[in-house]
Design a protein around this ligand. Structure first.
Ligand SMILES: Cc1cc2nc3c(=O)[nH]c(=O)nc-3n(C[C@H](O)[C@H](O)[C@H](O)COP(=O)(O)OP(=O)(O)OC[C@H]3O[C@@H](n4cnc5c(N)ncnc54)[C@H](O)[C@@H]3O)c2cc1C
Length: 447
């Protein structure tokens, strides 16, 4: 088994429940640490659907370390993001970050870091699957886990599958996603997802359906653009080398017309009809529009016994305003892999998982707080700026582009990654290196 990242000489058997992005990433990091990973995924095959996902530099650096940076012929695997722009509803830039000249090698050199990458989720899941298998992990599809028993310390942990099979391991990693069922089985008290108050839409656009030349130009430029207004948030970016576009929309619940659920495309077109014309163009060209109530979940990363941990969305589901969800999930995977690299006996596991939980609860909390501050900033920036039919209602206030821009400090192209006062993401968030942090924590608190 490959073991270049760790120093374990007595492999543990780690059972991973869920073969989504964080489950597979965990299988990679555990295998690299010299342990044995078996992933149980309920779906019969890798999910064939989804849209765009983004890794910020703190997530990109992990994918690169794990070898997930190869290019796929024709569609490409990832798209390196060269810039990120925050705009008002009409598309006027409020802040922007230039990440790299061409998204290529220059980006690598930028502050010693890698740029954000965008993927189609299907491509990323397949790339992680391939890498996990190359490293010796076993991935079983069509294997839903229905029960878990960690009562008997000496016997490790046992999981039960829907089929009736049971499997025993030293550690169980729950990577079931936001609606995890096993989360409440292993935690002392129930932790359930809570509605954020936003309705979310995810839209995929194929280039072949695009007729607006401005949208073609946008898809050719490897940038993320975020529009904010009326408390709503839209983020769009190209993926698969510009062959597709992913658009994510969050609208406060109360702003949608009552009962409008049957035709999400029309709902969105009505909502955005006075915004930047790129938005209706995207909706016109949409192939798929998914709509759901956005949820969040308070971070909780470990069972009290220390024999089960949670990773990814099962541990911590976050509002997407700073695009940190997936990167945090990958950090979970890297942190447990790194710490397990120091585990040579099962007696060390409770201390290793406790350190994992301490690191990850703290980082998730910090990112969550920063996300809330950013969300509030967006709401404040949009406060009073109404640019639809309400603006002609008596007493309603509309604002000019200039006034809108003055509502916040406008920063033009910056080569820094940013901080809360002026740019799009704080430096500490994008520069977080999960392996370095876990190593440093182990050195100061060895087990
Ligand atoms: C089909 C799908 C499409 C998605 N599309 C997008 C997208 O386009 N853009 C975006 O930003 N995010 C998308 N997400 C969410 C995104 O993948 C997550 O937010 C995150 O980045 C990775 O989360 P995760 O692996 O922790 O959880 P998830 O991605 O939710 O994966 C959890 C996995 O666990 C499996 N599972 C659950 N319970 C069990 C069980 N008891 N036994 C065995 N297996 C189990 C599920 O089938 C799933 O594959 C999608 C998620 C899914 C599942």
């Amino acid at each position: 088994m490959a073991s270049f990242d760790g120093n374990s000489d007595s492999p543990l058997h780690v059972l991973v429940v869920g073969g989504g992005l964080s489950g597979l990433a965990t299988a990679i990091s555990v295998s690299l640490a010299g342990h044995r990973a078996t992933v149980f995924e309920a779906a019969p095959q890798p999910h064939p659907f989804g849209s765009g996902v983004v890794t910020c530099p703190n997530g990109t650096r992990l994918l690169s370390r794990w070898g997930i940076d190869e290019d796929v012929p024709d569609t490409g695997n990832h798209t390196s993001i060269a810039g990120w722009q925050l705009c008002d509803p009409l598309g006027t830039p409020l802040r922007q970050v230039l990440i790299a000249g061409d998204g290529g090698d220059d980006a690598k050199a930028h502050q010693g870091s890698l740029p954000p990458w965008t993927f189609h989720r299907v491509n990323l899941q397949l790339a992680l699957l391939r890498r996990a298998q190359e490293l010796g992990a076993t991935v079983r599809f069509g294997a839903r886990v229905t029960g878990l028993d960690d009562e008997d310390d000496d016997a490790g942990v046992t999981i039960q599958l829907e089929s009736g099979e049971t499997h025993q391991g030293d550690l169980v990693v729950i990577a079931e996603g936001t609606n995890s069922r096993l989360r409440n089985v292993i935690l002392d008290q129930p932790v359930d997802p809570v509605a954020t108050g936003y309705v979310a839409y995810r839209i995929t656009v194929d280039r072949s359906m695009v007729h607006d030349p401005a949208l073609v130009t946008f898809m050719n430029a490897a940038g993320i653009r975020t529009w904010v207004g009326k408390g709503s948030y839209v983020s769009a970016f190209p993926m698969r080398r510009g062959a597709q576009l992913s658009m994510m929309v969050l609208i406060p619940h109360g702003q949608l017309p009552h009962g409008a659920t049957a035709a999400p495309e029309q709902e969105l077109k009505d909502y955005f009809k006075k915004w930047d014309t790129l938005l209706p163009s995207m909706i016109d060209a949409a192939q798929r529009v998914n709509k759901w109530a956005a949820m969040h979940l308070l971070p909780e990363h470990c069972s009290p016994q220390g024999t089960c941990i949670l990773v990814g969305d099962a541990a911590n589901t976050m509002s997407p305003f700073l695009n940190q969800g997936l990167s945090l999930d990958l950090e979970d995977a890297a942190t447990i892999g790194c710490l397990l690299g120091h585990v040579h006996s099962t007696s060390q596991l409770p201390a290793a998982t406790a350190l994992y939980a301490r690191l990850r609860n703290a980082q998730a909390k910090r990112v969550r707080e920063e996300t809330a501050i950013f969300e509030k900033q967006l709401r404040d920036m949009a406060g009073g700026c109404i640019n639809d039919e309400e603006s002609s209602a008596p007493g309603a206030r509309s604002c000019s582009k200039l006034e809108y821009a003055q509502a916040t400090s406008v920063h033009t192209t910056s080569t820094d990654f940013g901080d809360r006062t002026g740019r799009l993401a704080p430096e500490w968030m994008w520069s977080y290196d999960a392996y370095a942090e876990a190593e440093a924590a182990f050195k100061s608190d060895p087990f």
